[in-house]
Design a protein around this ligand. Structure first.
Ligand SMILES: [Zn+2]
Length: 449
């Protein structure tokens, strides 16, 4: 299976300078290709990435736009992978855009990349570099020191060099043999996971896992650094004599002070991202390692993010990333990932008797079932309902040993009606939903990606 390893680089100042120029080249070529693509569409020509690349190759050494002050074509100093790959990327971006449009998803066209506002990265084809223990040998750059060695054996598919705050990283994509990539599971539990705001994740055994909330902890510092930076921006605007909105296409004078401020803010953002990633990886690994099936809700993240009050907490935890990691780790551990339909009322069903409590409000952390008087913690109840969904699905599939033996001893469902040998089908679970017409696609097993 394809796995990627991102390794921090320790480049010399000259190598760092090359990286900056190569990433800048990749950005500029992308912008050239996109502008040309748009121009051809406007002129009624059907653009094609390969043709665009040929067109670019014919001008890249002769066009004055691509020559430095001495009239020398500076592209000769950058490896060609850096300026060939943007064409392939652009073709991919358009294909993706049209596919999203066809399937009725929210889509936006490929955008121009702005210096300082886009990811600085460039591509390396697998035959243009090699790894020797703690050194990467890149063409036109030479030997670059790595901070750790490549984790995976296998065939290297490709790599890219990218910047994150102050550091440069080499991301290597490796086709890892299955016997290396696949792990043994340590347990055969079935766990429902409810993602939330008060606790990042609540498991169906009642365990609540709180996120380190890096954003909340660093928020004060973030506010200070952002304010400092915006003051510097105001100064730059005043120097340039601009009042109000900065007109499109203007370049503000860049002071050393402002560059430092930008860097400090970027470093803090990068640190927050690292803390978040660490927490997320540990949680998703643990879930896949200990369970034969994990059930999560297929959340309508875009819808929730539209709610400003919830937005920060949710984007801090990172639902998309959570699901993406579970998806690929489930393959590695042979765990079945089950996605509950976003209309499945996991919070509103009573996990003891199955009655639906429609009047449940967003703020009700604890509620009592009106039918059987059971008192429920909102998140734990939802997680148990999700877990029951899995036992039902697994039983109808009969691919995995389920029923009572599958339920981890001591879990709440193990004591409840769903765990004790009687397995309700997913279909039946859904029958309790009021006719929203969603019964058919109530739950789906996540295909191995
Ligand atoms: Zn009840």
């Amino acid at each position: 299976m394809l796995l990627a390893h991102r390794i921090r680089l320790a480049p010399t100042p000259a190598q760092r300078d090359y990286f900056v120029r190569a990433a800048g080249t990749a950005r500029r070529v992308w912008n050239w290709a996109l502008a040309e693509w748009n121009r051809q569409v406007a002129a009624g020509i059907k653009p094609n990435a390969m043709a665009l690349k040929r067109q670019f190759n014919s001008i890249k050494y002769s066009d004055p736009d691509w020559q430095d002050a001495d009239g020398q074509p500076w592209l000769r100093t950058i490896h060609r992978d850096a300026h060939a790959q943007p064409f392939a990327n652009l073709a991919k971006a358009w294909t993706h855009y049209f596919k999203q449009r066809r399937t009725g998803q929210h889509a936006h066209r490929p955008r121009f990349k702005k210096k300082g506002h886009c990811r600085d990265a460039f591509y390396l084809a697998n035959d243009k570099f090699r790894l020797e223990e703690m050194v990467a040998v890149l063409s036109k750059v030479g030997r670059v020191q790595l901070c750790e060695h490549l984790r995976w054996p296998g065939k290297i598919i490709g790599a890219s060099v990218g910047r994150c705050a102050d550091h440069w990283y080499l991301s290597v994509q490796v086709d890892v043999p299955d016997h290396v990539a696949h792990f043994r599971r340590m347990d055969d539990g079935v766990t429902g996971v409810d993602l939330g705001v008060s606790a990042a994740a609540t498991l169906s055994n009642g365990e609540k896992i709180t996120a380190p909330r890096p954003l909340a902890a660093a928020l004060r510092r973030l506010r200070i650094r952002s304010r400092r930076l915006s003051r510097k921006l105001e100064t730059a605007k005043a120097t340039a004599g601009i009042k109000g909105q900065i007109p499109k296409g203007t370049r503000l004078p860049v002071s050393k002070n402002r560059t430092c401020g930008t860097r400090a803010l970027a470093r803090l953002h990068a640190r927050i991202a690292r803390v978040r990633a660490d927490f997320m990886h540990k949680l998703t690994t643990r879930l896949c390692r200990e369970n034969q099936a994990v059930v999560i809700e297929d959340l309508n993240v875009r819808g929730i993010l539209a709610n400003a009050r919830l937005a920060r907490a949710i984007s801090d935890i990172g639902f998309y990333e959570f699901r993406r990691q579970l998806q690929y780790k489930a393959v590695r551990y042979g765990t079945q990932l089950v996605l509950a339909d976003r209309w499945y009322p996991s919070s509103k069903l009573c996990s003891a008797c199955g009655a639906k409590y429609s009047a449940l409000g967003l703020g009700e952390r604890v509620w009592a079932c009106t039918t059987c008087d059971a008192l429920h913690d909102r998140d734990v109840n939802a997680a148990i309902n999700l877990q029951r969904l899995a036992t039902g699905v697994l039983a109808t599939q009969s691919a995995l040993p389920v029923a009572s033996s599958a339920v981890t001893p001591g879990t709440a469902a193990g004591n409840g009606p769903a765990g004790g040998g009687k397995v309700t089908s997913a279909r039946h679970e859904h029958g309790q939903q009021d006719g929203s017409g969603q019964e058919e696609n109530g739950v789906h097993l996540c295909p191995p990606s």
